[in-house]
Structure formats: structure tokens, C-alpha cells
Design a binder for this molecule. Structure first.
Ligand code: 13P
Ligand code: SF4
Length: 310
């Protein structure tokens, strides 16, 4: 029997039960994966779920840094990621050696890293944040202390505006959120008077300048749930549209247009996970995330600080 001939939904449900596994999925996953998940959420909610679960196995339908985070906050669990190549352009932009060199140039600065980074980068950070809690995390740093913020320059710039802090920004970016075109967004707003632009803070400043609501995927979804008959132009990864449409069937949802004629508002890393790979990973109990215990001890400190402050 080949993988495509079996009922993947039923097999995944049965394997989850047999393995005592919980399936955590990010909003940017393929809709089929969202529909089989036990917990669906943004980066913060998923890290909190990973820390709290009693299940023996965590299957992470997301990208590598998210599965690594699950391992860091719950090291005794087996953590599986359906495709180990599911990376992230932000995490890749920031090698730990580069951040360590920047840190050495600015003694006394606090290093605040967006959760979209490797365990090695977390290990040399003082505090982690997600897009849900970033303003709160920056505000928790004493005002007279300098801050290095890594790796997302767009989120960093937006945080500077929100908090009134000057920070040293690592120059990383998300290939998906940088794809949206300001020119096309202006045209689309003119075509749809009254449409509200919902944007993720990883978008570039010219796109954020046209947004009425800026926030994490969860915050954007919450806005649609609160105003379910609105018309929205959505500037974030297209996977979130599935939950928005389910929660607010009467809402008009228009994906913000990328500059090129491409599907670049779908994250190519997130989309490496498929239902088939999810099934195989639960069947074979691999690929598994493994981390050196010393690295876990160092990298979980700034994460635990974030979870305590959240
Ligand atoms: P949030 O899950 O915090 O909204 O971040 C989105 C993202 O880009 C995850 O990779
Ligand atoms: Fe990374 Fe952007 Fe994909 Fe999120 S959407 S995983 S930030 S590349």
C-alpha cells in the first residue's frame, strides 16, 4: 500500500493516539495540516503549548527553529519535525558567531532575539521575544541599557517606533513578508474602499505605513474574529487565511499582493511539511530534533525569561 492510497487523516489520528503524541501546527501550515492539528497557534502560543504538554511526543508542523524551541522548553520529550529542511530566512541570516562578534563590540547591551533564530543564537541572547510579546519584552529592559535586536530589521524598526528605543538592529529579514508590494497595495486599497489592511510586523516599513492593524498572526486573526463582517487586505503568509475564513465566513479576505506574479506569500520552508511527511514522521518516529544538553541549558534561559514575562 503506498502512502497516497491510505486515509492519511485517519492514519495520523491513530498514530497520534498510539504514540501519545501532540501535533502542534503554526498558522502558516497547509490547511490540511491545520485541520489535523491538536493545537494551532502563533509562535508564542505554540512555545507555551510545547512547555505545558504531558504528551510523550511533540510533532511540530512548523519550521526548524520552532521545533528546536519545543525541545528547549521540554527537553525530556521526543520532538519530531516532518521535514528537517524546513528552515527560515530570518534564522539563516544570523549565525551565532556573527551575533557574538556584534555583542563583543557593544559590552553592556542586552541582546534581545526574535524567536526566529537558532538554539545557538538563543544561547547568547539575554531575552527572546515573539511578535505577540515583543513590545512587552523590549519594555522590560531598563531604559538606560542599550539593546541589540536580532535578527529581523523590519520588526526591529517597528519596535523602535512602538517603544521609543534606539536599538542596534541585525539586518535580517523574512523572504515572505518582504515580498509585498507597496505600489500594488495602494492600488488595491483604492479598488476596495473601506478595506482594512492587516499586516505582520515582519513586513517592510512602507507596507506597514498603510496598515490599520499590525500584529502577530494571532493578533490579526483575533481582529477578524472580533469584526467578522469586515473587508480585509491581509499582509502576511497566506496560510492564516484558512483560519480567518473558518472563523469569519462572512468576512472578505484579500491577500496582499506580492511584487512579482508569484505565490511568494506562501513560505517555502513552512510548505515543505505535507500530510504525507507528517504521517511518515509519526510512523517512523523521525526526523527527530536532538540538541546538546549544554546548549539546551544555555538556550532555554532567555526563553524561560520570556515565558515568565509573557
Ligand atoms: P508569529 O507566529 O509570531 O505571528 O510569527 C510569524 C512567523 O513568521 C513565524 O515564522
Ligand atoms: Fe521564516 Fe518568514 Fe517563513 Fe516565518 S514566514 S518561517 S519568518 S521565512
Amino acid at each position: 500500500m503506498t502512502v497516497t492510497q491510505i486515509d492519511l487523516f485517519a492514519e495520523i489520528a491513530e498514530l497520534k493516539r498510539k504514540r501519545n503524541a501532540i501535533l502542534l501546527a503554526h498558522y502558516y501550515q497547509d490547511p490540511d495540516i491545520q485541520d489535523v492539528a491538536d493545537c494551532l497557534g502563533d509562535s508564542l502560543a505554540l512555545a507555551q503549548q510545547a512547555a505545558a504538554t504531558d504528551a510523550k511526543v511533540i510533532v511540530f508542523a512548523g519550521v526548524h527553529f520552532m521545533a528546536e524551541t519545543a525541545k528547549l522548553v521540554n527537553p525530556s520529550k521526543t520532538v519530531l519535525l516532518p521535514d528537517l529542511k524546513a528552515g527560515c530566512s530570518l534564522a539563516d541570516s544570523c549565525p551565532a558567531s556573527g551575533l557574538a562578534a556584534l555583542k563583543a563590540q557593544h559590552p553592556g547591551h542586552a541582546v534581545v532575539s526574535y524567536i526566529n533564530c537558532s538554539a545557538e543564537v538563543k544561547a547568547i541572547s539575554d531575552l527572546i521575544c515573539t511578535s505577540s510579546n515583543a513590545v512587552k519584552m523590549i519594555n522590560s529592559i531598563p531604559r538606560d541599557q542599550g539593546i541589540i535586536f536580532a535578527p529581523d530589521k523590519n520588526l526591529g524598526r517597528w519596535l523602535e517606533q512602538q517603544t521609543g528605543r534606539d536599538m542596534i538592529l541585525w539586518q535580517g529579514s523574512c523572504i515572505v513578508h518582504e515580498t509585498f508590494s507597496e505600489r500594488k497595495l495602494i492600488a488595491l486599497k483604492a479598488e476596495h474602499p473601506g478595506a482594512i489592511v492587516l499586516a505582520h510586523p515582519e513586513c517592510e516599513a512602507p507596507v506597514l505605513a498603510h496598515a490599520e492593524v499590525i500584529g502577530s498572526t494571532q493578533a490579526l486573526l483575533n481582529h477578524v474574529i472580533k469584526h467578522p463582517t469586515g473587508k480585509y487586505i491581509v499582509a502576511t503568509e497566506a496560510g492564516i487565511l484558512h483560519q480567518m475564513a473558518k472563523a469569519a465566513p462572512q468576512a472578505t479576505l484579500i491577500p496582499a499582493p506580492p511584487e512579482g506574479a508569484c505565490a511568494c506569500n506562501e513560505c517555502p520552508y513552512m510548505r515543505l511539511n505535507t500530510l504525507e511527511k507528517l504521517y511518515l514522521c509519526l510512523r517512523d518516529m523521525k526526523p527527530e530534533i536532538t540538541l546538546d544538553p549544554g546548549l539546551i541549558a544555555r538556550a532555554r534561559l532567555p526563553l524561560d525569561r520570556m515565558l515568565a514575562l509573557s
